[in-house]
Design a protein around this ligand. Sequence first.
Ligand SMILES: Cc1cc2nc3c(=O)[nH]c(=O)nc-3n(C[C@H](O)[C@H](O)[C@H](O)COP(=O)(O)OP(=O)(O)OC[C@H]3O[C@@H](n4cnc5c(N)ncnc54)[C@H](O)[C@@H]3O)c2cc1C
Length: 411
Amino acid sequence: MGSTAQKPILISGAGIASLLFARSLHRQKIPFLVYERDASIVFRAQGYRLRLSAVGLDAIESVLGREDFDRFYDACGKTGGAGFAAIDPLTGETLGVEAPSVSNEPLTSRGGKVVGISRGDMRKIFMEGLEDNVRWSHHVTGYEKTENGVRLIFKDGSKSEEGSMLVGGEGVKSAVAGQLSNGAIKVYDLGSRGIHGQAPTTAFKGLGEGVFRLVDDTTQPNGGKVFIITNVRADDMHDPNINFGWTMGGSPGVIKPENDDYTIIGKPAAKIAKSLTSHWHERVKPLFDNMIEDDAAFWKITCSSPEGVPEWENDPRVTVIGDAVHAMTPAGGNGANTAVRDSDLLGRLVGEVWVQGKGDSWEGVTAAYEKEMREYASAAVKESFGMAMGQFGGDFDLSNAPTVNEYVAPN
Ligand SMILES: Cc1cc2nc3c(=O)[nH]c(=O)nc-3n(C[C@H](O)[C@H](O)[C@H](O)COP(=O)(O)OP(=O)(O)OC[C@H]3O[C@@H](n4cnc5c(N)ncnc54)[C@H](O)[C@@H]3O)c2cc1C
């Protein structure tokens, strides 16, 4: 076992990947500290649901252990229906259940149900018991190595305490990923924008239970395309106090936040969603007409290189997890599922070295993690990119696509 005087493992960002990894360390009694840019665990605009695959659920179960996983699983929504049921948004007609997507992975993951949870609820549950080890309002801009450790550097110029290892999990714009890979980890802006929104269950009455996809590629400006994905759970569909969410995506140029400022939350996003669907059939229009305007938010479609997670010179004390190293489009619903797989894998590898009392050097841990992660994450990014081409109707020429995580090498 590592000693109690052991330096903590530093984790940047308190997103899904980081918190689940922290939870793994907490369970194994390995010291850690999480540094998050936000001032608190805010839930605004995190209402979008993450669909959990069998692989994702297995990873979460492995980290949380039986009892806590059961509570987590209880909090997940479960929906019947084998696949996406297509509805024509212009006529309201049900077109049938779509054939399995490119991944051939069924939407259902346990008990024959589609399992999902909102990002906000997922973070809240992962955070349980970790509160004292999370430092809010810490904007990470990079790190520095010390003789036997590493420190995070923050935007105000201050530094963290010394850690024995650093795990970067700050999402698509990760400074740690940029520095570690010397700019090799790139995340491209594919030009498509989306909106996610919520409405009371009563607005979804016309759909019935299931997971639905609505595609309008005939009436949008400039031959563009708008699609909606939503999930109506039988258990909750008659409770008017519950809201269901929907996710809207558009081909490039169709959803245009003012000044391309996709960080705006609320009415501006709601206004665009309503105008793009104002002529849709009354079976589906209440999803937008009755939406809770303040909760609407834009999102931006980004993706790492479909060629795969690049190589960089391994650093035994620094590595990256989640979107920071493998950003994916929402097509295929695999971003969070791959992120939690990283948390589980890295947590197990760290634990194996910790019990041998070698937690001061962590030799071989990051290399073993990166080797395995590169394989499954590269496949997931490639698949998600391919699926997005079809779903979003873009050709996504990456040679001209801007990156969102510009890395400026230090002088
Ligand atoms: C609309 C939508 C629908 C989606 N649906 C699915 C789905 O169905 N299934 C699925 O598997 N995936 C889905 N995804 C993808 C999924 O949300 C991501 O893959 C997942 O959240 C990645 O987790 P993460 O922890 O790596 O990053 P994040 O969840 O992005 O967390 C990063 C954290 O780091 C913090 N941070 C950022 N910068 C800094 C900084 N400089 N310093 C300190 N902290 C910082 C952030 O505030 C945040 O808390 C969807 C995404 C969207 C947008």
